[in-house]
Design a protein around this ligand. Sequence first.
Ligand SMILES: C[S@@+](CC[C@H](N)C(=O)[O-])C[C@H]1O[C@@H](n2cnc3c(N)ncnc32)[C@H](O)[C@@H]1O
Length: 252
Amino acid sequence: MTESSRANRGWWDRNADEYQTEHGTFLGDDRFVWCPEGLDEVEAELLGPPEELKGKDVLEIGAGAAQCSRWLTAQGARPVALDLSHRQLQHALRIGVSFPLVCADASVLPFADGSFDLACSAYGALPFVADPRLVLREVRRVLRPGGRFVFSVTHPLRWAFPDEPGPEGLSVSASYFDRTPYVEQDDEGLAVYVEHHRTLGDRVRDVVTSGFRLVDLVEPEWPDWNTSEWGGWSPLRGHLIPGTAIFVCERD
Ligand SMILES: C[S@@+](CC[C@H](N)C(=O)[O-])C[C@H]1O[C@@H](n2cnc3c(N)ncnc32)[C@H](O)[C@@H]1O
């Protein structure tokens, strides 16, 4: 396991309760919400028309409490929800599951080649791993030919701004091009939380060199109905700068 994965497993195990308490209502137990902007798969159809999800094997990566997998089940799909954090998956059990839960690192997927028709990830794993190409190659391996992988991540532009929801979050404070990860450490200097930055170009390159075709890049706009804040995401900032990037990819 890499230092980032070790740090993030501990962080998400310690913070899963707070995360679900804070965001569970917004996410909904059985909705598929892509991002703090509130884009819902019902309107976005990034995985394809809902009627075509029936009978599909779907891998959800960084599933948290598996809200998206619950929605996929309701469409007749057969999801498998994977997360690095045992505590997040306990929340999935608390809400209720009728599909498999797998505790594993997305960089080393414990599945045979060609096991899934689709894969998806709402802010799971990809913002947190040191080398996203390892995840992308693993996802490509477990997808069947033509399979689609849709994932949302923090929009790379946000890296240049303070992670604050108010006006202080509107002035550039760091270089967009600085790939030094954001790391929180304990008293002994061990990483306890890590986020990695990729520029938009890096992300596109990661996708393409990992054997995917980029079908779409969605930058959800902040809708007027959404008055919630989520960390540094807020209506104020959301109306001015993008907060999320969603990559729609297909296995070559
Ligand atoms: C921001 S949460 C998103 C959870 C869920 N998709 C949602 O929308 O609520 C990020 C999730 O990614 C998981 N994660 C982080 N690094 C991971 C890795 N290397 N492999 C698998 N999951 C990981 C965390 O444990 C956490 O549950």
